[in-house]
Write a protein that binds this ligand. Structure first.
Ligand code: TXA
Ligand code: MG
Length: 344
């Protein structure tokens, strides 16, 4: 199969993409977070192809993307006030809400769960495609399962050329990490995955928020978790990654002491001069955490190279969107963290 790449700016792109989706095909779509691999979310056969092409475990449910916030009620029931409040505050935007599913949502889309994850992305071309397709679009991140997420059309092409008919190129994703996921199906709202909408922003609307343990700790494969995707070691480059925490100076001392040829250093732009002899790669500026979010997956992809021996990574501290960067980087590192303030 030839994979066509069409710019979001071209006149016919939305209609061509919508036609493929309506006919049960797959289309890679840009969003403000990461690129998604989309299919008609109401068609079990179309959805099945997503799992095959990505190599995705069947027990990992998909997010249903809607064109407008009002469509939430078409696919979810028992919608609490909190869901409307979140939708009003953050949609379109990088937030996914888990709610009880209506029967119209096929079991394959939600991996047999009684709930469904819904999101209205902040991306004009993709919302236009969903509108024209006339169906909600199920879309996981477009990466091959186990690889870092795709934040450019080129990343999607690298993973899926020849396997899908169309990639819609909307440029580099603005946020760069996947959406924040909040579960509203229990008595208290629960954060299942941090992202561009921060815990502080959510608390300002909800008044209350539990942080699921899978967000901050390592979860083994047999543990039952709310978001099945959380137990997989996503975003993992081919070689081991170790996070080196601590002050700039202590971290540099530790890394220089342990660095051997074949290793790489993933650091902040401000730190590049410190690692001039350690093959450094910067993923953004520590002083502007949004740039770290936006650059993380492209950097992890560049480091996904079996010839690399080990990666020493620097991780931003603090809350806000730094929380999302910490979560993704810790997962890439399989929670292997060294504190350079105490270890030598
Ligand atoms: O930003 C995003 O959310 C991107 C773009 C394409 O929208 N999509 C994305 O999808 O990151 P994916 O499949 O890579 O991650 C979806 C996560 C998984 O961890 C999955 O387990 C969880 O959402 N999820 C989906 N449905 C769920 C449900 N009903 N209950 C709990 N977790 C759910
Ligand atoms: Mg994913």
């Amino acid at each position: 199969m030839r994979t066509l790449v069409l710019s979001a700016n071209e006149l016919n792109t939305a209609q061509i993409a919508a036609d493929i989706l309506k006919n049960g095909g797959l289309v890679a779509l840009p969003t403000e977070t990461v690129y998604g691999l989309g299919a008609n979310g109401l068609d079990p056969d179309a959805v099945a192809q997503i799992f095959t092409v990505k190599g995705r475990p069947q027990d990992n449910p998909l997010i249903l993307h809607i064109a407008d916030p009002e469509q939430m009620a078409l696919f979810c029931h028992h919608i609490p006030e909190a869901a409307y409040a979140l939708a009003k505050a953050f949609w379109p935007g990088p937030l996914t809400i888990v709610l009880p599913a209506k029967d119209i949502v096929p079991l394959s889309t939600r991996a047999n769960l009684p709930t469904v994850a819904v999101r209205c992305p902040d991306c004009d071309i993709t919302r236009e495609i969903i509108r024209r397709a006339g169906v909600p679009i199920a879309a996981p991140s477009a990466n091959i399962s186990g690889k870092p997420s795709t934040t450019t059309a080129q990343h999607v092409y690298d993973d899926h050329a020849g396997k899908i008919p169309l990639i819609v190129d909307g440029g580099a994703c603005r946020v760069g990490v996947e959406s924040t996921i909040v579960d509203l199906t229990e008595a208290r709202p629960r954060l299942l995955r941090p992202g561009g909408i921060t815990p502080e922003q959510l608390k300002a609307v909800l008044g209350d928020l539990l942080i699921d343990k899978a967000v901050t700790a390592s979860i083994d494969r047999d543990t039952v978790v709310k978001a099945p995707g959380m137990k997989y070691r996503h975003y993992a480059p081919a070689e081991p990654v170790v996070i080196v925490a601590g002050s700039r100076e202590k971290a540099a001392e530790y890394i220089h002491r342990h660095f051997v040829p074949g290793d790489r250093v993933l650091c902040f732009e401000e730190e590049l001069p410190l690692y001039a002899d350690c093959d450094p790669l910067s993923y953004g500026r520590e002083a502007d955490v949004e740039t770290l979010c936006a650059g993380l997956f492209a950097a992890l992809r560049e480091l996904d190279d079996a010839s690399i021996h080990q990666v020493f990574a620097r991780c931003p501290e603090g809350d806000g969107v730094a929380f999302a960067v910490q979560n993704r980087l810790k997962k890439a590192a399989a929670f292997h963290i060294i504190d350079a303030e105490v270890e030598v």
